[in-house]
Unconditional design. Structure first.
Length: 564
């Protein structure tokens, strides 16, 4: 060790500055960062070999002046030496560098003035270059013990800080899981902590959930889709790192961090491990897996229908969910629970989540999967039906789809009449699919507010769809209230009975015998009710315009109630 230069005051200040510098580092210390520390810069360091390795992480600083380094290192050390033990023999110099590489050292700093005065020997420099081990010449003397105390002490502090960050994240994720939050909340929290997007993929490498506080969903999907993994089980790829999610001892999938905004650091693998555990716990609750898949697919289809996603982006995103980019004719479907079937939106989504796998498996064809997703009481879907034939064949195929759909509901002990199904005509592209999905949803919502049918044809616009398309205009509700107001104002059950009577009568096309049968009352009772309705509304139910206006008013009321 060298005591040649008396720079005690400078060393003291440099030591304190170096400690503060390392403590302030958010991630880890590299060889390049080591050379920039104030206490090291007082020695006038010069990198003379191994520039390719300067980004290696320094886990420890180790003074070393013995010829045999075997079993003295653990890996990641930056070696400080005077070179005395290396000697003048070229073969010994090369062997010293080879031994450092074998033991995992990441660099060596040699103080000039003892063994070599002006420059390091060529054999030493050439071997360091060959092994890509950074070699530094220190042109001014420093106390090695002060360097190791300053750097190693701060690295220890950094390690403890890393452990504290991991424990803090663990507690935060535990709170989310205990509060019933899903995988998306877990991924978003981890994304916030590492300042990079995080995604969840299943064992088939299909995208299930996304958490990002820095990038849009489309940007995340594009980045994830472009990843190239060295092999199927690899935990690292260029620009990504992953950790497996285990569920009851099996490999369910993995969480993947994407390096889009910040470099990965030592905290990244810790965060991914914590995320994988939290996601696994959430999946063990039951139902979480189906809900995640339904929500992920639902986000795609509903955003496409709302014009929030470009068709090409939707096609790319669909491919990450198992829907092939090469497809035939695309058939849109929509299904809506009737308002009195299930209690609230969350229950609607849970019901769709449990039914979606069976519906998808039933409606799909070999090599032509179905894509289904739900939001609230509505489920949207896209079916790949290859090349459809004539129009009559198209109608026949949709009738078959309706029977298959009803069969799934019946097998799950659900009355098919509790769901309104709409099926659209086939589209040739994702561009055509977006408006077709909108029409299908309107048709299903209109169907849920009207008489029960096996399925509703979304390929042509019906009155209910037309009314839903202009539902935002205040004239609609005003029109309905003006026509039906006296019935709505009646107290108790009287108004409800008369309104139901009018609605059934209108849906039956004015056929009184059929309406009485549907209401379960005698014809005379129906005549009495209709006369009462005519008197309250001041109308004649034999006039065509009156029938049309009242039918529209009833439909508007039903549709607005259904939307609510």
């Amino acid at each position: 060790m060298s005591n040649r230069v008396n720079v005690a005051n400078a060393r003291s200040g440099a030591t304190e500055s170096s400690s503060a510098t390392i403590r302030g580092m958010a991630s880890f210390l590299t060889v390049a960062g080591f050379l920039e520390l104030p206490i090291v810069k007082t020695a006038l360091p010069e990198l003379v070999a191994g520039e390719e390795g300067i980004d290696a992480e320094v886990r420890w600083v180790h003074p070393l002046d013995v010829p045999d380094v075997s079993d003295l290192l653990r890996g990641g050390e930056m070696i400080l030496t005077t070179g005395v033990s290396i000697g003048e023999d070229a073969s010994a110099q090369r062997r010293f560098i080879r031994d450092l590489e074998a033991e995992g050292a990441v660099g060596v700093a040699v103080e000039l003035g003892y063994t070599w005065h002006r420059e390091l020997p060529k054999a030493l420099v050439d071997e360091a270059n060959r092994r890509r081990i950074p070699m530094v010449a220190l042109r001014r003397g420093i106390r090695f013990v002060e360097v190791s105390e300053a750097v190693n002490g701060s690295l220890l502090d950094s390690g403890h800080a890393l452990a504290r960050r991991g424990e803090e994240l663990h507690r935060s994720l535990d709170r989310l899981v205990l509060a019933g939050e899903g995988a998306e909340a877990v991924l978003s929290e981890v994304s916030r902590r590492i300042s990079n997007p995080v995604v969840l993929e299943d064992a088939r490498r299909e995208l299930v959930a996304i958490g990002s506080v820095t990038k849009s969903e489309n940007e995340v999907v594009d980045t994830w889709s472009g990843l190239k993994w060295p092999d199927r089980n690899s935990g690292e790829a260029d620009g990504a790192a992953a950790h497996p999610v285990l569920l009851r001892g099996r490999n369910w999938g993995r969480v993947v961090a994407l390096q889009t905004d910040n470099e990965f650091d030592r905290f990244t693998p810790i965060a991914l491990e914590r995320a994988a555990v939290a996601v696994g716990l959430g999946l063990m609750r039951g139902g979480e897996e189906d809900e995640l898949r339904a929500r992920s697919r639902g986000n795609l289809l509903f955003e496409l229908a709302a014009g929030l996603m470009e068709p090409l982006a939707a096609a790319r995103r669909a491919s990450t969910l198992g829907f092939p980019r090469r497809h035939g004719r695309l058939v849109p479907i929509a299904a809506v629970w009737r308002s009195d079937t299930i209690g609230d939106d969350q229950s609607f989504e849970e019901a769709w989540a449990s039914l979606s796998p069976a519906i998808r498996a039933t409606l799909a064809e070999p090599d032509r999967p179905a894509l289904l997703g739900a939001r609230g009481n509505c489920m949207l879907g896209v079916l790949d039906r290859g090349t459809l034939g004539s129009e009559s064949d198209d109608v026949a195929s949709r009738e078959r789809l309706a029977r298959l759909f009803a069969g799934v509901l019946a097998r799950h002990e659900i009355d098919p009449a509790s769901v309104a199904l709409a099926i659209g005509g086939a589209s040739g592209s994702w561009e055509d699919l977006a408006p077709a999905l909108v029409r299908a949803r309107f048709a299903a919502e209109a169907g849920a507010a009207g008489p029960v049918r096996a399925w509703h044809d979304a390929s042509r616009t019906e009155i209910g769809q037309l009314l839903l398309s202009i539902r935002g205009t205040p004239e609609l509700s005003r029109f309905s209230d003006e026509r039906l107001g006296p019935l709505l104002d009646l107290p108790g059950e009287r108004g409800k009975d008369l309104l139901e009577t009018l609605e059934v009568f209108l849906h039956c096309g004015g056929r009184k015998t059929e309406a009485a049968a549907m209401l379960g009352i005698e014809r005379q009772s129906l005549y009495h009710r209709l006369a009462r309705i005519e008197g309250l509304l001041d109308v004649d139910l034999r006039e065509g315009d009156t029938i049309l206006a009242l039918h529209l008013a009833v439909m508007i009321r039903r549709l607005l109630d259904q939307r609510t």
